[in-house]
Design a protein around this ligand. Structure first.
Ligand SMILES: Nc1ncnc2c1ncn2[C@@H]1O[C@H](COP(=O)(O)OP(=O)(O)OP(=O)(O)O)[C@@H](O)[C@H]1O
Ligand SMILES: [Mg+2]
Length: 275
């Protein structure tokens, strides 16, 4: 377990406190853990509240029109719009709850991989298709360059999350500039590169971004929980792989994932990077 986990997990900090003689240090760790928990609760509550508020407002507006017997409410276009909004907001809620469950599973050591043979070009094309609306809204073109007929032994949901989190960040922080996704093999490894030309990351924040509930910068436009990269890294490590990035402020970032095409657990990776 890393020192990052110690700082952010209040339960761990409390149990560690029994074993140390240094009262001040323990008190300090406990304060940090409690502050991190409070910050997390406030981010999570805010993020969960946003889609719920949007849903409630639209439901109230629809109810008011029904009460007034406004015939427009029953038109196909209107009903379609209401269901589209509801679908988007409930999908967002499910995504947030799933992320929280993933973090909880990781922290409790309960992350499980179901390995299967995956057609990587099929999966990555599907994922890109899923992000098309979001990319269009952000005026961000995305290109996918992938070796044909690539297969690998991965957990489907895990690989989906790795690609989705990196693409979602590239769109979110990409400043509406083109994004390039490249997937290829190198001997027995799958390499994924997601390159954006967006806001980039300040060098002083390099080691923060893989921590859970971390959003960097005062004016961070992210509407997320700050857990995408934390989950991504844990999934990559569990597959025996590595994740790293190059980034320059205001120039953009390239995130690279290397995962063995066939499973080989290398647990020593777990404690080595950025602590
Ligand atoms: N491609 C990128 N360019 C610039 N900054 C990035 C990029 N990817 C991540 N970051 C920084 O790292 C932080 C952590 O990323 P992470 O994906 O964990 O959280 P998030 O995107 O803010 O929220 P979530 O993924 O939970 O919806 C981001 O808030 C952002 O500050
Ligand atoms: Mg993210």
């Amino acid at each position: 377990m890393s020192s990052n986990d110690l700082k952010i997990n209040p339960y761990l900090a409390v149990s560690e406190s029994d074993e140390t003689d240094n009262g001040d240090e323990t008190e300090h760790q406990l304060q940090l853990a409690l502050a991190a928990r409070d910050e997390f609760l406030s981010i999570a509550a805010h993020e969960l509240r946003t889609p719920l508020s949007t849903l409630t407002i639209h439901m109230q507006m629809a109810l008011r029109q029904i009460e007034k017997n406004d015939p427009r409410i029953f038109s196909k276009e209107h009903l379609e719009k209401i269901f589209q909004i509801s679908h988007r907001q409930t999908t967002r809620l499910i995504g947030l709850v799933d992320q929280l469950l993933d973090v909880s599973r990781i922290m409790n050591g309960r992350m499980k991989l179901d390995l299967e043979d995956i057609q990587i070009n099929k999966l990555s094309t599907e994922i890109l298709h899923r992000f098309q609306d979001e990319a269009n809204d952000a005026h961000t073109p995305i290109s996918l360059n992938i070796d044909h007929e690539m297969h690998g032994n991965f957990d489907r949901r895990g690989l989906d999350q790795v690609l989705s989190n990196l693409i979602s960040n590239a769109i979110r922080f990409g400043n509406a500039k083109p994004i390039q996704v490249k997937i290829y093999t190198e001997t027995d490894q799958m390499i994924v590169e997601v390159k954006d030309s967006g806001i980039g990351i300040d060098q002083k924040d390099f080691c923060k971004i893989f921590k859970k509930f971390k959003k960097i910068g005062e004016s961070n436009p992210s509407s997320g929980l700050g857990v995408g990269l934390y989950i991504t890294r844990q999934i990559v490590l569990a597959h025996g792989g590595r994740i790293y990035f190059n980034s320059q402020l205001n120039e953009g970032s390239t995130f690279t994932v290397r995962m063995p095409l066939t499973r080989e657990i290398k647990s020593e990776f777990i404690s080595k990077e950025c602590h």
